[in-house]
Design a protein around this ligand. Structure first.
Ligand SMILES: NC(=O)c1ccc[n+]([C@@H]2O[C@H](COP(=O)([O-])OP(=O)(O)OC[C@H]3O[C@@H](n4cnc5c(N)ncnc54)[C@H](OP(=O)(O)O)[C@@H]3O)[C@@H](O)[C@H]2O)c1
Length: 263
Protein backbone atom coordinates (compact mmCIF):
# COMPACT_ATOMS: atom_id res chain seq x y z
CA UNK A 1 0.00 0.00 0.00
CA UNK A 2 1.44 3.31 -1.15
CA UNK A 3 1.25 5.48 1.96
CA UNK A 4 1.67 9.20 2.52
CA UNK A 5 2.09 10.81 5.93
CA UNK A 6 1.24 14.48 6.17
CA UNK A 7 2.76 15.74 9.41
CA UNK A 8 5.60 13.52 10.58
CA UNK A 9 6.15 14.66 14.14
CA UNK A 10 5.97 12.48 17.24
CA UNK A 11 2.75 10.65 16.40
CA UNK A 12 3.16 10.48 12.61
CA UNK A 13 6.74 9.20 12.66
CA UNK A 14 6.03 6.64 15.42
CA UNK A 15 3.13 5.21 13.42
CA UNK A 16 5.13 5.39 10.17
CA UNK A 17 8.10 3.49 11.65
CA UNK A 18 5.82 0.76 13.04
CA UNK A 19 3.90 0.37 9.80
CA UNK A 20 7.07 0.01 7.76
CA UNK A 21 8.48 -2.50 10.24
CA UNK A 22 5.27 -4.54 10.08
CA UNK A 23 5.47 -4.65 6.24
CA UNK A 24 1.76 -3.79 6.16
CA UNK A 25 2.49 -0.81 3.93
CA UNK A 26 4.68 -0.59 0.87
CA UNK A 27 6.46 2.65 0.13
CA UNK A 28 6.11 5.37 2.74
CA UNK A 29 6.41 9.06 1.89
CA UNK A 30 6.17 11.79 4.47
CA UNK A 31 5.72 15.54 4.27
CA UNK A 32 6.81 17.68 7.20
CA UNK A 33 8.68 21.00 7.32
CA UNK A 34 11.04 19.68 10.04
CA UNK A 35 13.52 17.55 8.12
CA UNK A 36 15.75 15.70 7.92
CA UNK A 37 15.98 13.12 10.66
CA UNK A 38 16.88 9.49 10.74
CA UNK A 39 14.04 7.65 9.06
CA UNK A 40 13.82 5.48 5.99
CA UNK A 41 10.62 7.07 4.66
CA UNK A 42 10.93 9.28 1.58
CA UNK A 43 10.81 12.68 3.19
CA UNK A 44 9.64 15.98 1.72
CA UNK A 45 9.59 19.38 3.38
CA UNK A 46 6.55 20.53 1.44
CA UNK A 47 3.62 19.03 -0.46
CA UNK A 48 4.78 20.89 -3.58
CA UNK A 49 7.99 18.80 -3.63
CA UNK A 50 6.07 15.53 -3.65
CA UNK A 51 5.88 13.69 -6.98
CA UNK A 52 2.29 13.93 -8.21
CA UNK A 53 1.27 10.30 -7.89
CA UNK A 54 -1.66 8.61 -6.23
CA UNK A 55 -1.51 7.19 -2.69
CA UNK A 56 -3.77 4.45 -1.40
CA UNK A 57 -3.53 5.67 2.17
CA UNK A 58 -2.95 9.15 3.56
CA UNK A 59 -2.30 9.53 7.28
CA UNK A 60 -2.90 13.06 8.48
CA UNK A 61 -0.92 13.81 11.65
CA UNK A 62 -0.59 17.57 11.75
CA UNK A 63 -1.81 19.47 14.80
CA UNK A 64 -5.62 19.74 14.80
CA UNK A 65 -5.59 23.44 13.87
CA UNK A 66 -3.72 22.70 10.63
CA UNK A 67 -5.69 19.60 9.59
CA UNK A 68 -8.47 21.02 7.42
CA UNK A 69 -6.46 23.64 5.57
CA UNK A 70 -3.85 20.96 4.82
CA UNK A 71 -6.44 18.57 3.37
CA UNK A 72 -8.10 21.34 1.39
CA UNK A 73 -4.76 22.03 -0.32
CA UNK A 74 -4.18 18.40 -1.37
CA UNK A 75 -3.81 18.17 -5.14
CA UNK A 76 -6.36 15.84 -6.80
CA UNK A 77 -3.81 13.35 -8.21
CA UNK A 78 -2.43 12.63 -4.72
CA UNK A 79 -5.70 11.64 -3.16
CA UNK A 80 -7.48 9.97 -6.05
CA UNK A 81 -8.52 6.52 -4.72
CA UNK A 82 -7.03 7.14 -1.26
CA UNK A 83 -8.49 6.66 2.18
CA UNK A 84 -7.56 9.51 4.53
CA UNK A 85 -6.96 8.60 8.17
CA UNK A 86 -6.78 11.57 10.51
CA UNK A 87 -5.35 11.36 14.02
CA UNK A 88 -6.04 15.06 14.64
CA UNK A 89 -7.83 15.24 17.97
CA UNK A 90 -11.32 16.71 17.86
CA UNK A 91 -11.48 17.36 14.10
CA UNK A 92 -14.75 15.77 12.98
CA UNK A 93 -15.35 13.57 9.97
CA UNK A 94 -17.73 16.23 8.61
CA UNK A 95 -15.01 18.91 8.76
CA UNK A 96 -12.39 16.62 7.25
CA UNK A 97 -14.72 15.50 4.43
CA UNK A 98 -15.72 19.09 3.73
CA UNK A 99 -12.04 20.12 3.56
CA UNK A 100 -11.42 17.26 1.15
CA UNK A 101 -14.50 18.28 -0.84
CA UNK A 102 -15.66 14.65 -0.57
CA UNK A 103 -12.75 13.39 -2.67
CA UNK A 104 -11.83 10.49 -0.31
CA UNK A 105 -13.41 8.44 2.44
CA UNK A 106 -12.24 9.54 5.87
CA UNK A 107 -11.39 7.58 9.02
CA UNK A 108 -10.75 9.24 12.37
CA UNK A 109 -8.30 7.54 14.68
CA UNK A 110 -7.64 8.43 18.31
CA UNK A 111 -4.33 6.80 19.28
CA UNK A 112 -2.38 7.44 22.48
CA UNK A 113 1.28 8.03 23.30
CA UNK A 114 2.14 4.35 24.03
CA UNK A 115 2.00 3.83 20.24
CA UNK A 116 5.56 5.19 20.49
CA UNK A 117 6.53 1.83 22.04
CA UNK A 118 4.03 -0.35 20.16
CA UNK A 119 1.72 -0.56 23.17
CA UNK A 120 -0.88 2.01 22.21
CA UNK A 121 -4.59 1.70 21.76
CA UNK A 122 -6.57 3.50 19.13
CA UNK A 123 -10.27 4.21 18.74
CA UNK A 124 -11.37 4.25 15.10
CA UNK A 125 -14.47 5.66 13.43
CA UNK A 126 -15.62 6.32 9.91
CA UNK A 127 -18.80 8.01 8.76
CA UNK A 128 -18.13 6.69 5.25
CA UNK A 129 -18.88 3.22 3.98
CA UNK A 130 -15.65 1.21 3.89
CA UNK A 131 -15.55 -2.25 2.39
CA UNK A 132 -14.69 -5.10 4.76
CA UNK A 133 -11.22 -5.55 3.28
CA UNK A 134 -10.32 -1.87 3.72
CA UNK A 135 -11.67 -1.86 7.28
CA UNK A 136 -9.64 -4.96 8.10
CA UNK A 137 -6.50 -3.37 6.62
CA UNK A 138 -6.96 -0.30 8.81
CA UNK A 139 -7.58 -2.46 11.88
CA UNK A 140 -4.32 -4.34 11.19
CA UNK A 141 -2.43 -1.06 10.76
CA UNK A 142 -3.50 0.21 14.17
CA UNK A 143 -3.01 -3.23 15.74
CA UNK A 144 0.60 -2.83 14.57
CA UNK A 145 1.04 0.03 17.08
CA UNK A 146 -0.96 -1.62 19.88
CA UNK A 147 -4.65 -2.47 19.71
CA UNK A 148 -7.39 -1.07 17.49
CA UNK A 149 -11.05 -0.71 18.46
CA UNK A 150 -13.80 0.62 16.16
CA UNK A 151 -16.60 2.65 17.71
CA UNK A 152 -20.11 2.87 16.27
CA UNK A 153 -20.72 6.58 16.77
CA UNK A 154 -18.36 9.48 16.25
CA UNK A 155 -19.33 10.96 19.62
CA UNK A 156 -17.85 7.88 21.32
CA UNK A 157 -14.41 9.09 20.22
CA UNK A 158 -14.78 11.79 22.89
CA UNK A 159 -15.11 9.01 25.47
CA UNK A 160 -12.14 7.16 23.92
CA UNK A 161 -10.16 10.40 24.20
CA UNK A 162 -11.13 10.74 27.86
CA UNK A 163 -10.21 7.13 28.62
CA UNK A 164 -7.25 6.00 26.53
CA UNK A 165 -6.22 9.18 24.69
CA UNK A 166 -5.60 11.13 27.90
CA UNK A 167 -5.34 8.00 30.05
CA UNK A 168 -1.56 7.56 29.92
CA UNK A 169 -1.24 10.92 31.71
CA UNK A 170 -3.50 9.67 34.53
CA UNK A 171 -1.25 6.64 35.04
CA UNK A 172 1.86 8.83 34.92
CA UNK A 173 0.34 11.07 37.59
CA UNK A 174 -0.48 8.06 39.75
CA UNK A 175 3.10 6.79 39.36
CA UNK A 176 4.37 10.24 40.30
CA UNK A 177 2.20 10.21 43.42
CA UNK A 178 3.25 6.65 44.31
CA UNK A 179 6.94 7.45 43.86
CA UNK A 180 6.42 10.57 46.01
CA UNK A 181 4.82 8.42 48.69
CA UNK A 182 7.80 6.06 48.53
CA UNK A 183 10.15 8.99 49.09
CA UNK A 184 8.03 10.20 52.01
CA UNK A 185 8.42 6.71 53.50
CA UNK A 186 12.22 6.98 53.31
CA UNK A 187 13.22 5.51 49.92
CA UNK A 188 15.77 7.27 47.69
CA UNK A 189 14.03 9.13 44.83
CA UNK A 190 15.57 6.95 42.08
CA UNK A 191 14.52 3.74 43.76
CA UNK A 192 10.99 5.01 44.45
CA UNK A 193 10.65 6.03 40.79
CA UNK A 194 11.97 2.67 39.54
CA UNK A 195 9.65 0.72 41.84
CA UNK A 196 6.62 2.79 40.78
CA UNK A 197 7.38 2.37 37.05
CA UNK A 198 8.09 -1.37 37.30
CA UNK A 199 4.94 -1.87 39.38
CA UNK A 200 2.86 -0.08 36.72
CA UNK A 201 4.40 -2.29 34.03
CA UNK A 202 3.82 -5.46 36.06
CA UNK A 203 0.21 -4.58 36.90
CA UNK A 204 -0.50 -3.68 33.25
CA UNK A 205 1.02 -6.98 32.10
CA UNK A 206 -1.24 -8.91 34.47
CA UNK A 207 -4.27 -6.91 33.28
CA UNK A 208 -3.39 -7.73 29.66
CA UNK A 209 -3.52 -11.49 30.22
CA UNK A 210 -6.49 -13.22 28.52
CA UNK A 211 -9.54 -13.28 30.77
CA UNK A 212 -7.96 -11.01 33.36
CA UNK A 213 -10.41 -9.44 35.76
CA UNK A 214 -9.46 -6.22 37.56
CA UNK A 215 -11.26 -7.13 40.79
CA UNK A 216 -9.80 -10.66 40.93
CA UNK A 217 -6.32 -9.27 40.30
CA UNK A 218 -6.76 -6.77 43.12
CA UNK A 219 -8.17 -9.39 45.48
CA UNK A 220 -5.20 -11.65 44.73
CA UNK A 221 -2.89 -9.04 46.34
CA UNK A 222 -5.24 -8.15 49.18
CA UNK A 223 -5.06 -10.53 52.15
CA UNK A 224 -7.60 -9.80 54.87
CA UNK A 225 -6.16 -7.40 57.42
CA UNK A 226 -2.88 -7.20 55.45
CA UNK A 227 -0.87 -4.27 54.11
CA UNK A 228 -2.71 -3.91 50.77
CA UNK A 229 -6.06 -4.08 52.57
CA UNK A 230 -4.96 -1.15 54.74
CA UNK A 231 -4.10 0.92 51.65
CA UNK A 232 -7.18 -0.07 49.65
CA UNK A 233 -9.42 0.84 52.57
CA UNK A 234 -8.05 4.39 52.37
CA UNK A 235 -8.38 4.56 48.57
CA UNK A 236 -11.94 3.24 48.72
CA UNK A 237 -13.04 5.44 51.61
CA UNK A 238 -16.30 7.09 50.44
CA UNK A 239 -15.32 5.76 46.99
CA UNK A 240 -13.30 8.95 46.76
CA UNK A 241 -10.83 7.64 44.17
CA UNK A 242 -13.61 6.30 41.92
CA UNK A 243 -15.52 9.60 42.09
CA UNK A 244 -12.35 11.56 41.36
CA UNK A 245 -11.45 9.37 38.37
CA UNK A 246 -14.95 9.63 36.96
CA UNK A 247 -14.96 13.42 37.39
CA UNK A 248 -11.54 13.65 35.72
CA UNK A 249 -12.58 11.50 32.75
CA UNK A 250 -15.81 13.51 32.42
CA UNK A 251 -13.79 16.74 32.33
CA UNK A 252 -11.65 15.32 29.50
CA UNK A 253 -14.81 14.12 27.69
CA UNK A 254 -16.45 17.55 27.91
CA UNK A 255 -13.24 19.27 26.75
CA UNK A 256 -13.00 16.87 23.82
CA UNK A 257 -16.59 17.69 22.84
CA UNK A 258 -15.81 21.41 23.10
CA UNK A 259 -12.74 21.02 20.89
CA UNK A 260 -14.80 19.10 18.29
CA UNK A 261 -17.22 22.01 18.27
CA UNK A 262 -14.38 24.48 17.83
CA UNK A 263 -14.73 26.14 21.25
N1 LIG B 1 0.40 12.96 21.18
C1 LIG B 1 -0.72 12.27 21.49
O1 LIG B 1 -0.91 11.65 22.54
C2 LIG B 1 -1.82 12.23 20.50
C3 LIG B 1 -2.86 11.34 20.71
C4 LIG B 1 -3.86 11.27 19.76
C5 LIG B 1 -3.83 12.10 18.67
N2 LIG B 1 -2.81 12.98 18.52
C6 LIG B 1 -2.82 13.86 17.37
O2 LIG B 1 -1.68 13.65 16.59
C7 LIG B 1 -1.45 14.84 15.84
C8 LIG B 1 0.04 15.10 15.82
O3 LIG B 1 0.51 15.25 17.13
P1 LIG B 1 2.09 15.24 17.42
O4 LIG B 1 2.21 15.17 18.90
O5 LIG B 1 2.74 14.25 16.56
O6 LIG B 1 2.45 16.73 16.89
P2 LIG B 1 3.85 17.25 16.30
O7 LIG B 1 4.98 16.48 16.90
O8 LIG B 1 3.81 18.74 16.43
O9 LIG B 1 3.78 16.84 14.76
C9 LIG B 1 3.00 17.53 13.80
C10 LIG B 1 3.92 17.85 12.65
O10 LIG B 1 3.15 18.23 11.50
C11 LIG B 1 3.84 19.32 10.87
N3 LIG B 1 2.96 20.05 9.96
C12 LIG B 1 2.15 21.08 10.23
N4 LIG B 1 1.49 21.48 9.11
C13 LIG B 1 1.89 20.66 8.11
C14 LIG B 1 1.57 20.55 6.74
N5 LIG B 1 0.69 21.39 6.17
N6 LIG B 1 2.16 19.59 6.01
C15 LIG B 1 3.05 18.75 6.59
N7 LIG B 1 3.41 18.80 7.90
C16 LIG B 1 2.83 19.74 8.66
C17 LIG B 1 4.30 20.11 12.05
O11 LIG B 1 5.22 21.12 11.71
P3 LIG B 1 5.12 22.53 12.55
O12 LIG B 1 5.54 22.19 13.93
O13 LIG B 1 6.07 23.43 11.84
O14 LIG B 1 3.70 22.98 12.48
C18 LIG B 1 4.88 19.03 12.95
O15 LIG B 1 6.19 18.69 12.61
C19 LIG B 1 -2.27 15.94 16.50
O16 LIG B 1 -3.34 16.31 15.65
C20 LIG B 1 -2.81 15.31 17.75
O17 LIG B 1 -4.13 15.75 18.05
C21 LIG B 1 -1.78 13.05 19.38
Amino acid sequence: MNTLFIGYGRMGSAIGAAWRKSHLVGSVSAVDPHLPFSDSAQLYADLDELPQRAFELILLATKPGQACQTLAALPDPLCRGAVVISVAAGVTCASLSAALRGRCPVVRAMPNTPVLVGAGCSGLFSADVLDAERREQITQLFDAVGKAYWVEQEGQLDAVTALSGSGPAYYHLFSEALAGAGEALGLPADLAKALAAQTALGAASLQAQPGADFIELRNAVTSPNGTTAAAIARLEQDQALRHLVEAAARAAFVRSQELSQGT
